[in-house]
Design a protein around this ligand. Structure first.
Ligand code: PLP
Length: 521
């Protein structure tokens, strides 16, 4: 290599932003040395593979296909494998560490899913094959559809949406198409409780619907505020209510049927954000408590290694009167028992994704549901709820839980929220606590949401009692550290591959591309 490369350490300095701009390299701690970027490992002449000798006559490459060769490093196979293995070891992952990221349902992904999704008969399919050649894949999709209809207590599902937020958007389109078919185009307002997931109002905005926030001061939807809003806005302007239940305060809203009645009395529809279905699987069904439409996050509830924005699948399920408007094509079973993609849906809102949706993720969803079976699904809900309540109950004396109060019948659903005010009063920030958890090899929980200065903890049903106890011990140890010497926490994490990044700079001005430094520095 003729020019000197910037090291990863220098890239990290940039991520650290102004605070560290003067130092020559960011301190690197822990037992893993700094990993140079792959360009710095360039070894001219090295090859990772040897291609077999040509057994046909060589032809000239047409001029228009010729260009400058990409400036890629040359390396042997082993150094390449080691490079990427080292990088993977610097990562936090659900396979390596506990990942109690509230609302994200980061649960362990059973390996049988990966086995199924990598079967040759699955991975070698082409989406443009004729229906007659892909009967097995269509049967799998059809069964997945039926499972999701049954689990949600709904009449018809569509597997097309590619994520939860995409499902919300698609279902809103379906709801609007339904009202349009009835001539009720003036219904453009969507109500949403204050503790709704951030994607709910965002999806409404994308569909051109106005969002009105319903108060939820104690974590539950305020029924009086709901009625008041409907009265002042005019019942016939309301398209529906989007509600997350169990919600982001970690509570199951038992008055959901009352909410449904109020919405239906206004002639509007109830949409259920089903991202937290793992808390209620087999126990209750959105269709039974009044929802007209819902989405699943199969990558949360039914496992798929997700994170960093993908991959996922966000199927929606609706009641019969909304079904004609679902996306086309729909996967159907014909009277002769064969499966097909049905494009003949005159009232459909159209396609929202290419082909049949996120097939590989749906294969994992099907496999997970089949591997668990009905009892297993119910067991998921029981364990997810038990784990969250166990953590909340054992941490409550040091980490206040504004919404969790078993004495008042307020149990946690799948997750709980803590606002550790007494510890924060000692002069530490929430970020200090989150970063210190990394030193205990635990991924920080979701922060500052749904309320400021909170941690939202979701253990999921897949963690053992030992790992839950490990989390409790770590949290209590950190509480002890804060009580003894709060200033120490500002230095956390001490054991991680890199120390504390400037989170604003890392978010706003990330440098994710390596550049050769012609100055040689
Ligand atoms: C994760 C989540 C969503 C969004 O789902 P994506 O698949 O990330 O688009 C919506 N609502 C809730 C409650 C969620 O937890």
């Amino acid at each position: 290599m003729t020019t000197m490369a910037k090291t990863t350490e220098q890239v990290e300095v940039k991520l650290n932003g102004e605070a560290n701009a003067g130092s020559s390299c960011a301190p690197t701690r822990g037992d893993r040395p700094t990993e140079p970027v792959i360009f710095e490992k360039n070894s001219p002449g090295s090859r990772a593979v040897t291609l077999p000798a040509l057994d046909v006559n060589p032809t000239e490459t047409p001029n228009e296909l010729l260009g400058a060769a990409p400036d890629l490093p040359e390396m042997g196979m082993l150094p390449v494998v080691r490079h990427y293995t080292h990088l993977s070891q610097r990562n936090f992952s659900i396979d390596g560490e506990f990942y109690p990221l509230g609302s994200c349902t980061m649960k362990f992904n059973p390996r049988i899913n990966e086995w199924a999704a990598s079967l040759p008969g699955i991975v070698d399919l082409h989406p443009l094959q004729d229906d007659s050649e892909i009967q097995g894949a269509l049967a799998l999709l059809y069964q997945t559809r039926r499972f999701l209809e049954e689990i949600g207590g709904m009449d018809e599902a569509s597997l097309q949406p590619a994520a939860g937020a995409h499902g919300e958007y698609t279902a809103l389109k379906v709801m609007r198409a339904y009202f349009r078919s009835k001539g009720e185009t003036q219904r453009t307002k969507v109500l949403s409780p204050a503790n709704a997931h951030g994607t709910n109002p965002a999806s409404c905005a994308m569909c051109g619907a106005n969002v009105l926030t319903v108060k939820a001061p104690d974590g539950y939807t305020d029924l009086d505020d709901l009625k008041r809003l409907i009265d002042t806005e005019g019942a016939d302007t309301i398209l529906g209510l989007m509600i997350t239940n169990p919600n982001t305060a970690g509570l199951f809203d038992r008055k959901i049927d009352k909410v449904a009645d109020i919405i239906h009395d206004a002639g509007a529809l109830l949409y259920l954000d089903g991202a937290n279905m793992n808390a209620v699987l087999g126990k209750t069904r959105p269709g039974d408590f009044g929802a007209d439409a819902m989405h699943y996050n199969t990558h949360k509830t039914f496992s798929t290694p997700h994170g960093g924005g993908g991959p996922g699948a966000g199927p929606i399920a609706v009641r019969d009167f909304l079904a004609p408007f679902l996306p086309a094509p729909q996967v159907v079973q014909r009277p002769d028992g064969t499966y097909a993609l049905d494009y003949d849906r005159p009232d459909t809102i159209g396609k929202v994704r290419s082909f049949t949706g996120q097939f590989g993720v749906l294969v994992r969803c099907w496999t997970y549901i089949r591997a668990c079976g009905p009892d297993g699904l119910e067991n998921i809900a029981e364990l997810a709820v038990l784990s969250a309540n166990y953590l909340a109950a054992r941490l409550q004396h040091k980490f206040e839980t504004p919404f969790f109060d078993p004495k008042d019948g307020r149990f946690a659903a799948h997750e709980f929220v803590t606002v550790p005010q007494r510890l924060l009063n000692k002069g530490v920030t929430l970020n200090d606590i989150a970063k210190r958890l990394i030193d205990y090899r635990i991924h920080p929980p979701t922060m500052h949401w749904p309320v400021r200065n909170c941690l939202m903890v979701e253990p999921t049903e897949t963690e053992s009692l030992e790992s839950l106890d490990g989390f409790i011990n770590a949290m209590l140890a950190i509480a002890g550290e804060i009580e003894r010497d709060p200033a120490q926490l500002a230095l956390a994490p001490k054991e991680a591959v890199v120390d504390r990044l400037d989170i604003v700079a890392a978010d706003r001005r990330p440098r994710t591309v390596w550049e050769r430094d012609e100055q040689g520095g």
